[in-house]
Design a protein around this ligand. Structure first.
Ligand SMILES: [Mg+2]
Length: 218
């Protein structure tokens, strides 16, 4: 009897792959259930505890940096310096442009406490703070006001998107802005953001990823 070991191997491999495929395939979590889980995580204090741990770890890292002048740390704003959780929860985690603009105009987003703690530490060390946000140029004044209202009273600059930058991805826009800062003489010691698109690209220094279970920006 003809025995083709290679062919048997292929059959076994295909069968195993199919089984693996079946066993690995999952149905998504129901959206309503996912929203309930997110609300529970945030309202129970687990989210704040996670941010506090992240901030403490970041402070341990920044303690090792000796300042040499013009040392800056870049902060994102939404879901990093400021929390829009109240807006998101009230609007069932949906993005409604008019309501979002109204929320920004009200300038009442609170600080995320752990991030504010990290900011206070960096200020006390003499780091310069630069905010780079995906918010647009017509939201500059309200954003500035909200930062101050939330206790971010000292910072070097607040960078918002210009109309010519609307079409850039978050990663392209933020990378270009950090590069411009370096070209202007800043040394970027660290970068704090809730999205990986805040933290990837050139000149990020120590990266501090703030947890965000509400949305993803590529
Ligand atoms: Mg953000």
């Amino acid at each position: 009897m003809f025995f083709n070991a290679n062919r048997i191997f292929v059959y076994v491999f295909v069968a195993a792959s199919a089984l693996a495929g079946i066993s690995c395939s999952t149905v998504p979590v129901n959206l309503g259930v996912a929203k309930e889980e997110v609300i529970k995580y945030y309202d129970s204090g687990m989210f704040d505890a996670a941010v506090n741990r992240t901030a403490d770890n970041a402070i341990s890292s920044f303690k090792n940096i000796k300042l040499t002048g013009n040392d800056a740390v870049v902060f994102d704003i939404d879901e990093t310096a400021l929390s829009n959780y109240d807006y998101s929860k009230e609007n069932d985690f949906g993005y409604v442009p008019d309501l979002w603009d109204k929320w920004i105009d009200e300038a009442k987003a609170p600080a995320i406490k752990g991030v504010k703690h990290l900011y206070d530490y960096l200020i006390s060390r003499g780091f310069k703070i630069v905010f780079i946000t995906g918010r647009k140029e017509y939201q500059y004044k309200a954003t500035y006001k909200n930062l101050v209202n939330a206790g971010y009273t000292k910072f070097d600059t607040l960078i918002v998107r210009l109309p010519s930058e609307y079409n850039l991805t978050a990663l392209e826009y933020k990378s270009a802005q950090r590069t411009a800062l370096v070209n202007h003489g800043y040394k970027i010691a660290g970068d704090v953001g809730d999205q990986y698109s805040d933290l990837e690209g050139p000149y990020h220094g120590i990266t501090v990823k703030i947890p965000n279970y509400q949305y993803i920006i590529r």
